[in-house]
Structure formats: C-alpha cells, structure tokens
Design a binder for this molecule. Structure first.
Ligand code: DGJ
Length: 734
C-alpha cells in the first residue's frame, strides 16, 4: 500500500481550483464541434460533474471526477449512450440500451418516456452550498422531471436527487425511479461494499467489476441494512487504497429497500444507478404530486478512500447528522446487563454506578412498558407505551428525577413502528399491522410492522414518541426497529395501490422523525434497528448517533467500526465498552474510545479495579479524547483486514492535537505505527494514556516532544504485540 505521509492541501492549489470552479459554475459554453452544446458544471472544491444540454435538449454526461483544467475538451456533445438519466422505452437507436433510471407507464398506457431539458437554474444558497435544478419535460406529455444537485463546496460532496410530477389525466405508474444514474469512466473499476448479517455489520469486501451488472441491494422495506449498507466505494483504475488513487464514495439517504446497480457496458463505461429498490415498490403518482426521490451523496477524491471518508465526515458533522458539533454524552445502557428483567430499585442502583464512573446519561432500554401485556419478554407489550406499574410504580418522571439527583441525565428506549400481537394495541386495531390477505401472519421477534401509510397509525407513532419524550426529565431516546417487512400488505391502501406501501411508509417514518427533531430539539436521539439496521443518512439527519451492532465484543467491534468509518463520523457511532467476549477491560475501553463512548455493563457487579478503570477511562475520554475523536479528521493507518492489528489516528482540524489508537488482534512483534495528518513542522508532546491494565512498559517515546514529520515517516512504536493488547496516545502540539 502506498501512503502519502502528509496531507496534500496546499493553500495556493486550493485557491487556483476555487477560481476555476467559479468560472465553470458560471459559464455556459457553446461548442464548436459538430453539434452545439451547452455545458452545465456542478462542482465542489476538487470534483466536478460536467453535463451537456445538447441541441435537442438532451442531458448528457461528459465527465465526473476531478475539476477539469480545460473546458474545450468538451466542445463536442456525445451520443445518447451518455444520457445522464436514461428513460425506458424511447429507443437509443443503434447505441447500447442502458439500464433505465426512469421507467414509467403514462396514464394512457404508453410505456415510453422522453425527457428534454427546458431550463436550468443554479442558485447559491450560502457561501458553501449551491443548488442546481435541471427542468426536463416529456414533449408529448405533461410529465416533468427535475434533476437536482446540491453541492457542498468545502466538503467536496454532491447530493443528487430527482423530482417527478405530472399533470396527466390519471395516475402515472413509476416502475423505476432512480435518484441518479451517473456514468463513470476509467480503465477498470473496483467496488467496495459493506455487507454482513446481524452482529457482523459493515464487513468490507472489494471486487473488480466484470462486464454486466453488479447490484448491491436490500429488500427489507423498513430498514436499509441487514445484509448490506446503502453506501459503497468505487475505485477507478486500481484497487482502493487508503491515501492514494481516484475514488468515489456513494451513500443513499434512504432507510428502506435500496438498489445500487453498477453496469459495466461494452464500451467499458460504468453506470451507477442508485435509489429505492423498485422491487414490489411500483409507485402510483397522482397528478400534481411531487415525488422526491431520496438523495445520493457523492464524494470524489484522488487521495484514496481516506479522503473520501474525511469528506463524508466533515459533511455529516456540518449537515448530515443532528447537532454535529455537540459533544456526545457518555451513555450508560442497561440492555446487556439486565435485558428486560429489572425494576425501579435495580435501575436506581445502576444510576448510582453511572454516577460513580462519571457517565453523563443513563438510557433505560427495552422492557419498561405494558401492563395488560407486560413487556417482560419480546413476545408482549410492544405498542402499549404506558409505563409498567409493577416494574416502575413511580413512573418515568420519578425515575428521571432519581437519575438527576445523582447528576445523571435520563434516556429511554422506544420502538414506535412495531406491535406484538399480545398487546392492547393489536387487540383494538388488528388492521393497523401490515399483513397480506389469506396469509398467516409472519412474526419476527414475535412482532409485526405497523402500517405507517395509514394516517391514524402515523399519528399513533407520533403520540408514542411525543408523549414519552415530553415526560419531564427525558433527555435522550434510542429509537429501535427490530424487524423488517416480509408481508407488505396494507388494509388502508386500495388494492390498486398496495405497491405504494413501503415508499409511503418510509416518508411517513421521516415525517414522524422530523417532528421529533423539531419538537424536542434538546432530546438527543440514537437510531437503532436490531443492531445496525438503520445506518444511513436518510434517518441520520434526525439523529445524533446510531447503534452499529448488537455485537459489542471489542475484538469484532474493531472491524465493525472500521467498516462504518468509511462514511460515518466517530461522533455518530455509538461505541460501548461491555464485557462481551470476555476481553481485557483496557482493550474494551480503548476500542470504545474511538467512537461515541458508552458503557453497557452491570454496574452493580463491577470489581473495584474495574470500576476505577471505567471512571479513569471516562474522565480521560471527556478531558482529552472526545473532542479530537468527534471533531477531528480520521486517518485509517493499518487495516485489521490486512494486518495483525488495527491502527487509526484522529487529528484536530487545526492539526494541533491528535489521538492514536492501536488494537492488536493477533500476536505479532511490535513495529512502529506511522501516523498521518499531522503538521510535519510542529512538535507534539506524545503521551500514552489509559494505562490501567496495560501490558508491558510504556514505550520510550511516551512523554517526549517529537515533530510531526518524524511521527509520520518513522512512526511511533507501541508496546502492543499480544492479542488484545491496545494503546492510546494523546499528542499535543506546541
Ligand atoms: C435491539 C437493539 O440493537 C438492542 O441494543 C436492544 O435495544 C434491543 N433491541 C432491545 O429490544
């Protein structure tokens, strides 16, 4: 692996690029080739999507990659094989027929669509963000498509989506309605996906794409991920490298079924058709209604996947997750300690433990509700969001007060989209659950999905959220969703519109989530879905963090967190120290410190050295680690997929501070770790921290002042060599 030790951001180069980008954004060029062409450039600091609006009004793609040095290369418009948003059924002449981005049946039964551009507008929204809208229309129908692009200049992110509407006499059926379908051009392409079942989320797998179509998808309906994240990397010309090579990252903002399809055509072009998975989700669009597809976030870099990740992280902290700049509280959770077997007294004793170790917030997980059908097991109670008076006779307000008395905030678990058949809710409203006629209800974790397409159900879900969060003292919520859809049927939707269900569901879900964020701006929120089932930027805009996996064994979490880190910043990734796997406490703490730190242990049963290790770890995290990890730039240094250890560092935006983590996964001799992202000229005081439970002496470098260039070229040798050794170094610049 080639590594470029220093961050290659030179102010002069950036200024030159910025000037060029302004020129591109403002210019519409008439070509002097065989066919006149108007260029449309959608650009960020380092990347550009260049489109042409040809003489006929067709939108063709010329380039997606680095900001081009010279526009004259694009004076000739290409043929329809480079159409940016291909439509089904209108013929491509002798050219290759691409996978359509849009397939529609018009109200008169015509299955073809033809889209020509009628207008274009680019509007700066602020110093960083611009919005470009390309207005397309079918010449034969009052059928309109708007291709939309929001550019985040400094973060190097382009957000692309499509809006579809019509004024035809009746409904139009949308069979396929991709968010966007850009073309990539290179000699060869490597795709990195993040797949994995429950407890093995975000597992990285890379393959060279062969001719034909490779699809990453999910068919789960109400959660994007179980077997695959709706995010991927496409490396151009060479396999993905951490700090070098051309690379695009894509992440779909959608929490339902998705499809990211990559078609390598006979001319070696790669079309990336991304959006909602149309399987079973043909949508019936009424006249006058705007169908807005979810957006895809694109980030391009020629500095490898490390830079693509940093682009996503910076974007997310500024725009993509709630309150990106706000420190995440150190959270204690009772799930792994108690499951649903608790009462008021036990929870209060856990508050004592949380106070002793210095946690900020205590989150009461599943099991606090249901009376006629008490939630003592996962077979009852879901849907009955009243506090269980046996377990918690004084209610949530009292419990929150008990937490506050100990200086700890109080949070609560909810699963508002689901119902157990054993519940008052189901007894009263059996038709509120999704099901198919003549089929036996297919239970998963003993529960069913509520049909959020029905307005009364949506309001019920909102009531569950708003009543619970309005409880005095509640300052945090974990929103869970523990099953996916296997019988997508609605008793609310007419027979002719059953396939609208999952699209309507997800828009209704976002409506409830948006209301939560608006009505409860001070309540922090974690997105969870039976582990990491809802890790996507569709949901995350309403949440502060996500639960990556129910696998909290730190050995496995190293890889799971590594996978998610390609798109999601550490501030958003809940990382809890637990006893799963029986690993050394120091290893569990060190792994959790490279995310949004939390603890899930039975705090009553800790040995005194464990308690003091936890307290010291939390104090260290809050005082010296959290800000750099949550707000800094991540450099993945050594991959646990390639090496016997994982190493990563975070560097503060001003490069004055850094934190290095090393996790030994198998026995191997200690060797130096070369850091990245530091200021080469600056001297850093290097200090190994979190030493309780450390094996071996702290390395000689600890306590010394060392310049950034040396740390990046020669590296720093940790004492780790045996399985589950780990080390954390804090670097403070002069
Ligand atoms: C699944 C989540 O991933 C767990 O953390 C826990 O909240 C359980 N659900 C509760 O049912």
């Amino acid at each position: 692996m080639t590594r470029i030790p220093f961050q290659l951001t030179h102010a002069a180069a950036r200024h030159r690029l910025a000037a060029l980008v302004l020129l591109l954004a403002s210019s519409v060029v008439s070509g002097r080739g065989t066919e006149p062409t108007r260029l449309i450039t959608i650009a960020t600091a380092h990347a550009a999507l260049v489109l042409s609006n040809n003489a006929a009004g067709r939108i063709l793609e010329l380039h997606f990659g680095a900001v081009p040095a010279d526009l004259s290369a694009f004076k000739k418009a290409p043929g329809r094989e480079r159409e940016f948003y291909p439509q089904y059924g209108d013929g491509f002449g002798e050219n290759f027929v691409p996978d359509p981005a849009l397939q529609v049946t018009h109200s008169d039964g015509n299955t073809s669509t033809d889209l020509l551009c009628r207008g274009q507008r680019t509007q700066p929204l602020d110093a960083d963000i611009s919005l470009t809208r390309l207005e397309l229309k079918d010449p034969a129908y009052p059928f309109f498509v708007t291709l939309c692009f929001k550019t985040y200049f400094n973060e190097d992110v382009i957000e692309a989506w499509t809006e579809i509407r019509h004024e035809e006499a009746g409904e139009v059926v949308l069979h396929r309605y991709a968010s966007c379908a850009p073309l990539l051009t290179a000699k060869a392409y490597w795709l990195t996906q993040f797949h994995g079942d429950y407890r093995h989320e975000a597992t990285l797998a890379e393959e060279k794409l062969a001719p034909g179509t490779k699809v990453l998808d999910s068919r789960l309906g109400v959660r994007a991920a179980r077997y695959c994240l709706p995010s991927c990397l496409i490396s151009l010309d060479q396999p993905a490298d951490e700090e070098s090579g051309e690379m695009l990252g894509a992440s779909l903002e959608w929490s339902g079924s998705f499809a990211l399809a990559f078609e390598l055509d006979p001319e070696n072009r790669l079309r990336a058709t991304c959006g909602i998975n149309p399987l079973g989700e043909e949508y019936h669009l009424k006249p006058g209604v705007v169908f807005k597809t979810p957006a895809v976030l694109w980030s391009w870099s020629d500095h490898g996947k490390g830079q693509v990740s940093r682009n996503f992280h910076r974007w997310a902290l500024r725009y993509g997750v709630r309150d990106g700049q706000k420190p995440r509280p150190v959270l204690c959770n009772n799930w792994e300690a108690t499951d649903m077997d608790f009462d008021e007294h036990l929870i209060a004793s856990l508050f004592d433990g949380a106070q002793e170790i210095g946690a900020d917030t205590f989150l009461l997980d599943d099991g606090w509700f249901g009376n006629a059908h008490p939630r003592n097991h996962d077979n009852a109670g879901l849907g009955d969001w009243q506090v269980n008076t046996n377990k918690l006779p004084h209610g949530l307000t009292y419990l929150a007060g008990e937490a506050r008395r100990r200086g700890v905030n109080f949070g609560i678990w909810l699963e508002p989209e689901m119902v157990n058949p054993a519940s008052d809710l189901f007894t009263q409203h059996p038709d509120w659950a999704m099901h198919q006629p003549h089929r036996r209800a297919d239970l998963s974790r003993n529960q069913l999905d509520l049909d959020l397409s029905r307005p009364a159900v949506r309001e019920f879900a909102w009531g569950a959220v708003s009543n619970t969060l309005a409880t005095p003292g509640v300052s945090y919520v974990k929103w869970d969703a523990n099953r996916f859809v296997t019988q997508p049927g609605s008793t609310y939707l007419p027979a002719s519109a059953q396939s609208d269900l999952l699209v309507d569901y997800n828009f209704a879900l976002y409506d409830v989530m948006a209301r939560m964020a608006e009505r409860f701006p001070d309540v922090m929120a974690m997105a969870c879905s039976g582990g990491g089932g809802r890790v996507d930027y569709g949901a995350l805009k309403f949440f502060h963090s996500f639960w990556p996996s129910d696998n909290t064994d730190p050995r496995d979490r190293v890889k799971i967190q590594w996978g998610y880190s390609h798109f999601f910043p550490a501030a958003s990734m809940a990382a809890h120290a637990t006893k799963m796997g029986g690993r050394p406490m120091k290893f569990a703490l060190d792994v959790a410190m490279s995310g949004a730190f939390g603890v899930d242990m039975d705090l009553r049963k800790l040995a005194s050295d464990e308690r003091s290790s936890l307290a010291a770890g939390i104090a260290l995290y809050k005082n010296e680690v959290r800000e750099v990890v949550e707000q800094g730039d991540l450099y993945r240094l050594e991959s646990p997929y390639e090496k016997p250890r994982a190493a990563l560092d975070f560097v503060s935006p001003d490069r004055a501070r850094a934190v290095l983590f090393v996790y030994q996964l198998t026995n191997a001799p200690a060797t130096p770790v070369k850091l990245c992202g530091l200021d080469p000229q600056r001297k850093y005081r290097v200090r190994e921290v979190n030493l309780a439970g450390a094996t071996g002496a702290s390395p000689a470098a600890s306590g010394k002042m060392i310049d950034g260039a040396t740390l990046m070229c020669d590296g720093l040798q940790p004492s780790c060599h045996a399985e589950f050794d780990s080390a954390v170094f804090v670097l403070a610049g002069e």
